[in-house]
Design a protein around this ligand. Structure first.
Ligand code: AP5
Ligand code: MG
Length: 214
């Protein structure tokens, strides 16, 4: 099972990926989480990426394509994967097509979580994350259920970074959806309900008849 999660910042990609990862036992490959791990580890890539993420801009296609190519070639990806946060630009989508072809794989489904702007802004401003395992939590949660860490606010959820994140998503990432619509792979999910409601819709889309491939 190879799945691609698509949606705006705060649409619930990470939240639904946790559910899918537990259900299918396949890795959740989130480029944002990978960049934050590089930043936390203080690598040269992390040092380069930190101000870009903090400002709500995109890291270069060149860096991101190399990062996903390396990750999808890891042995644990052979069982399948849930990709979250990539591709975000048309050149990234084209590079991913080539990579999937080279790996002899295809996406079974692209899950588009559709959420209204006001709701996105509310979720991002209230979100808490675990600095250790990067699980996300709604406002009011104190500790991570997985490792007991104190939760923190993500640097790019501060008000000044949220507007550029939404703007760059509308400008560069919305066109990526059409790339996959053309292949008949996209399932649109109403992302405005409760987390459980949305999980049910996601599972129904994933277990539906295989998409007709172009
Ligand atoms: P990334 O980490 O991918 O951030 P994002 O796309 O902005 O998405 P988020 O992680 O903010 O939201 P989400 O959809 O996962 O929502 P979540 O489940 O947490 O990327 C970060 C940055 O890295 C980018 O800005 C860019 O700089 C860089 N980057 C990454 N990939 C790149 C690439 N390919 N190219 C270039 N640059 C790249 O949910 C949000 C909140 O809402 C949580 O608190 C959650 O508990 C809550 N919530 C979830 N579902 C519901 C619900 N149904 N009802 C109520 N609350 C809910
Ligand atoms: Mg996320």
């Amino acid at each position: 099972m190879n799945l691609l999660l698509y949606g705006a910042p705060g649409s619930g990609k990470g939240t639904q990926a946790n559910m899918l990862r537990s259900h299918f036992g396949i890795p959740h490959i989130a480029t944002g989480d990978m960049l934050r791990a590089e930043i936390a580890a203080g690598t040269s890539l992390g040092q380069k990426a930190q101000p870009i993420l903090a400002a709500g801009h995109y890291v270069s296609d060149e860096i991101m394509i190399a990062m996903i190519a390396n990750r999808l070639r890891q042995p644990d990806s052979r069982r399948g994967f849930i990709v979250d946060g990539f591709p975000r630009t048309i050149p990234q989508a084209e590079a991913l097509d080539t990579l999937m072809h080279e790996l002899g794989r295809h996406f079974d489904r692209v899950l588009y979580l559709r959420v209204e702007l006001d709701e996105l802004l509310q979720r991002l401003s209230g979100r808490l994350v675990c600095p250790q395992c990067q699980r996300t939590y709604p406002p009011g949660t104190a500790l991570c259920v997985a490792d007991g860490s104190d939760l923190v606010q993500r640097e790019d959820d501060k008000a000044e970074a949220v507007k550029p994140r939404i703007e760059v998503y509308l400008q560069k990432t919305i066109p990526v959806l059409d790339h996959y619509r053309g292949e008949g792979l996209v399932s649109e999910i109403d992302g405005m309900g409760t987390i459980d409601d949305i999980s049910r819709q996601v599972m129904a889309a994933v277990t539906a008849q295989p998409a007709k491939r172009a």
